[in-house]
Design a protein around this ligand. Structure first.
Ligand code: GMT
Length: 374
């Protein structure tokens, strides 16, 4: 197949899934054309069958606001026409599904360009619900030839919040379990925790929905009971506030803000447990990557997280904001070696058995075939 993929190219789960999917499809012999304003950040090495088309933006002074959605629609139609795309797969509804609809209309007299839209999270649960976007998001979803959501939770939210009756297929996030696998990170571990302290890790884009201050407050309780360190990976609007909180709680010596990092696998392998106390999380790709490296996860019981983290098997889940309970779970796991090992093995097995790329990518391929044959 000849497939166009549009996603946000910067750090973020939807961009990661879109890029990894594109790479896998290309390896399977499909031709994949990425269309975005920049090269997706995980598209670093040359891969045969992958092409990138940059959306150029004009700075015309009359346009007080950049018209990205329109430029994207134009570029999509151009690439679809000249590269003879069979379909466009857009990740994150806003504005990608709307631009794809426009591209389809531009081409309608010459070809029937199929559109597959994957809903990822805040496009549905947060920003899409704003009155200025809701009618457009609903329309763009309804007009897509196929719609997928990354969890059962997100599918249900979409159907109810937007009063949509369309069939939505749940295709969960996936991970390369051969890349994200348990391994030795001895020197790194020793550097972070020279006295054998336990290492907790959290990776995110430091947005309010991630509740990073809760992670710090959980850690504050944990370190009162056991020697521990906390790694905070990523960057975003709440980082300064979190750094301030660390200073206020006198925890700077024990918490490392690493910023954006490429060496995720090494960092996860140096760590013992993953924290994700989010306010809203449609799937939780970061938690899946941690589980794939054998890390138990302590999470909030929101969104799709309970579909990923099996309570009392691969980790624990607790109510949003219940930092006492989350801290108790962390201490329980990190002070019981036998239990920890069972949870760690369970986490790895669940990632391999349910969410490996080899299990999920074919679901997208089949979805494309169904769309093209319909
Ligand atoms: O929705 C967002 O906040 C952004 C989005 C992204 O692009 O990173 O994240 C969502 O998509 C990921 C990939 O499907 C999911 O694993 C995340 O759970 C989801 N984030 C939220 O729902 C907050």
């Amino acid at each position: 197949m000849k497939i166009g993929i549009t996603c946000y190219p910067t750090y973020g789960g939807s961009g990661v899934i879109a890029t990894e999917l594109g790479k896998e499809l290309a390896l399977k012999g499909h031709q994949v054309h990425f269309i975005s304003y920049a090269l997706p950040f995980r598209l670093t090495d040359y891969v045969e069958n992958i092409f990138f088309h940059e959306v150029e933006m004009s700075n015309y002074p009359l346009f007080e606001f950049p018209l990205y959605s329109l430029a994207l629609a134009s570029k999509m139609s151009e690439v679809a026409k000249y590269e003879k795309l069979d379909l466009l797969h857009v990740h994150y509804a806003i504005p990608h599904a709307s631009s794809a609809f426009l591209a389809k209309q531009i081409l309608k007299d010459t070809k029937d360009l199929k559109i597959v839209t994957t809903l990822h999270g805040t496009d549905i649960t947060l920003i899409g619900l704003e009155p200025s976007f809701l009618p457009l998001v609903k329309f763009s979803i309804e007009e897509s030839d196929s719609v997928t959501a990354v969890s059962r939770f997100l599918k249900e939210k979409t159907l109810t919040n937007y009063s949509i009756e369309k069939d939505i297929e749940v295709i969960p996030n996936f991970v390369d379990t051969e890349l994200f696998k348990p391994g030795d990170s001895c020197s790194f571990k020793h550097h972070i925790a020279p006295n054998g302290e336990k290492i907790l890790i959290h990776t995110s884009n430091f947005r309010a929905v991630k509740r990073v201050p809760d992670t710090i407050r959980i850690f504050e309780k944990v370190i009162k009971e056991i020697p521990a360190k906390l790694l905070l990976v990523g960057d975003g609007p709440d980082r300064s506030e979190c750094e301030r909180l660390c200073r206020e709680l006198h925890l700077c010596e024990h918490i490392k803000f690493l910023g954006k990092q490429e060496a995720l696998v090494e960092l996860l392998n140096a760590s013992d447990l993953f924290l994700i106390p989010s306010q809203s999380e449609s799937f939780g790709l970061a938690a899946l990557e941690a589980m794939s490296c054998g890390l138990p996860v302590v999470a909030s019981s929101v969104g799709g997280l309970p579909e990923l983290v099996k309570h009392n098997e691969t980790g624990f889940i607790a109510e949003i904001g219940d930092i006492d309970r989350m801290a108790k779970y962390v201490i329980d796991l990190l002070t019981n070696e036998k239990k920890y090992k069972i949870f760690s093995d369970n986490a790895r097995s669940r990632a391999v058995g349910m969410f490996d790329k080899s299990k999920i990518v074919p679901l997208y391929e089949q979805n494309y075939l169904n769309v093209l044959n319909s």
